[in-house]
Design a protein around this ligand. Structure first.
Ligand SMILES: *[C@@H]1O[C@H](CO)[C@@H](O)[C@H](O)[C@H]1NC(C)=O
Ligand SMILES: *[C@@H]1O[C@H](CO)[C@@H](O)[C@H](O)[C@H]1NC(C)=O
Ligand SMILES: *[C@@H]1O[C@H](CO)[C@@H](O)[C@H](O)[C@H]1NC(C)=O
Ligand SMILES: *[C@@H]1O[C@H](CO)[C@@H](O)[C@H](O)[C@H]1NC(C)=O
Length: 408
């Protein structure tokens, strides 16, 4: 969770080229060209730049992918990355409501993301005015990687401007499926992103780790389950364990009090508990789930909590296919346990996905993730009366599939 912290700037060299990278799509190389954004080190306020420390009040850190967002004036934005930046990590970023762009960033380097030639820069209504307020956002695309921001730079004469948070907040507690594992842009392609960014008018956090169980035990390399780890400041990735130490009973608690409370919590856990490889004793999943929901309610007594049903893949039955399901009854029983209280809801996923929405590595495809998110968005709208706020700008990148031939 806590992937950003404040250390002194470390810096390196510069060059400007285009870097090609590899995204494999159905085993074929997808043609992507990520611009190389690295520039010469920016060390502080000078004739070209106005610099801010990572602690500047205008910067809003987001727990979503994770990422950050701020407003600025002037015609450029650069960030300096510290030593705890995963080498070559792919980040998504955008100016205002322009399409997402992706670039690999480097530890100890400064990268420029916005200039006057950035697509859309001169398209604002009052783009000519030096005090035009623009928005910049950046997110890390991979659940296991992170960046450490050690400096934020805008044009000399420009300013960093804080943007208000959205009034509502969504928290997703999940595993690899919500993390977008094996999806094209990973964290920025999982259903949790598709939902949060897709609602468009909410803050959202995603606390989701591939392989993790709900039950507090080692599952596929995660030393603890979400029943323990969700309440702690560090996460279970090797990078976080290196930075914050092993998760133990002494691990620092996450400071929920100081953060915007969630209005809606969505729990999507159990696919790993349901796998025989992890040997979760029968009955423990249900008991843990009941207790967990109660504890989440203690953290945010005003929050609504949605329990997501688990499809758990599809298998051939005769000459057709059937959803396998995991803990289907148990999750419904957890909902029933709390149904009188009114704040727990059950989201039935059966029939949203079909067998070809699951990729060979057992996770939903980009399309599958979008289907789950779209149904969940409508569920949230119908159940809680929330409106949709993403009414134009891109949410999912490179999902434009079309046909421009006729009569074939
Ligand atoms: C640079 O100037 C801005 C605006 O005057 C100021 O807020 C900021 O603290 C300065 N940065 C440094 C690193 O001195
Ligand atoms: C950029 O990131 C992608 C995704 O992690 C990776 O496949 C690619 O190798 C990286 N490219 C560079 C030049 O580091
Ligand atoms: C997984 O869940 C199903 C119910 O949907 C249950 O029959 C099965 O025993 C569970 N398997 C494990 C390993 O927990
Ligand atoms: C979930 O939906 C499926 C398909 O519509 C239905 O058969 C099943 O009864 C539903 N489960 C619950 C608990 O409502």
């Amino acid at each position: 969770m806590r992937l950003f912290n404040n250390l002194a700037t470390v810096a390196l060299s510069s060059f400007v080229t285009l870097a090609s990278a590899t995204i494999l799509q159905n085993g074929q190389v997808r043609d992507v060209l990520f611009p190389d954004t690295q520039i010469a080190t920016v060390t502080g306020n000078d004739s070209a730049w106005t610099s801010y420390p990572p602690s500047a009040s205008g910067i809003s850190y987001k727990g979503s992918a994770p990422g950050l967002k701020f407003g600025f004036t002037g015609d450029k934005v650069a960030l300096s990355f510290g030593e705890h930046t995963s080498p070559g990590v792919l980040v998504g970023y955008r100016l205002d409501g322009q399409d997402w762009e992706f670039t690999n960033v480097t530890a100890g380097a400064t990268h420029q993301f916005v200039s006057a030639s950035t697509p859309g820069f001169d398209m604002a209504d009052d783009a000519g005015a030096p005090d035009t307020l623009r928005t910049f956002e950046l997110y890390v695309s991979n659940w296991a990687f992170g960046v450490q921001v050690v400096g934020v730079h805008v044009a000399a004469g420009g300013q960093l401007v804080g943007l208000p948070n959205f009034a509502r907040k969504v928290e997703v507690i999940g595993d690899s499926i919500a993390s977008g594992m094996y999806d094209t842009y990973e964290s920025m392609a999982g259903w949790a992103w598709d939902l949060g960014a897709g609602l468009g008018n909410v803050e959202f956090g995603v606390t989701a780790y591939p392989g993790i169980c709900l039950v507090d035990q080692d599952c596929w390399g995660n030393p603890r389950g979400q029943a323990f780890q969700w309440f702690r400041a560090s996460d279970t990735s090797p990078r976080a364990r290196q930075m914050y130490g092993e998760l133990s009973e002494q691990a620092e608690m996450w400071d929920f009090e100081s953060k915007q409370p969630a209005d809606l919590v969505i729990v999507h856990l159990g696919t790993n508990d349901n796998n025989t490889a992890n040997n979760v004793p029968p009955g423990l999943y249900y008991d843990t789930y009941v207790e967990f929901v109660g504890k989440v309610h203690e953290v945010w007594p005003q929050a609504q909590i949605i329990l997501v049903g688990l499809w758990n893949g599809f298998s051939r039955v005769g000459s057709t296919w059937r959803e396998v399901g995991a803990f289907v009854e148990d999750i419904y029983r957890v909902y029933e346990y709390y149904s009188e209280e009114g704040y727990v809801h059950y989201f039935n996923t059966t029939g949203i996905l079909q067998h070809n929405d699951i990729a060979p590595q057992y996770h939903p495809t980009d399309v599958g993730q979008i289907k789950v998110a779209s149904h969940l968005m409508q569920y949230v709208k119908n159940t809680f009366g929330w409106d949709f706020g993403a009414t134009g700008p891109e949410v999912q990148h490179e999902t434009l599939y079309w046909n421009d031939q006729e009569a074939y």
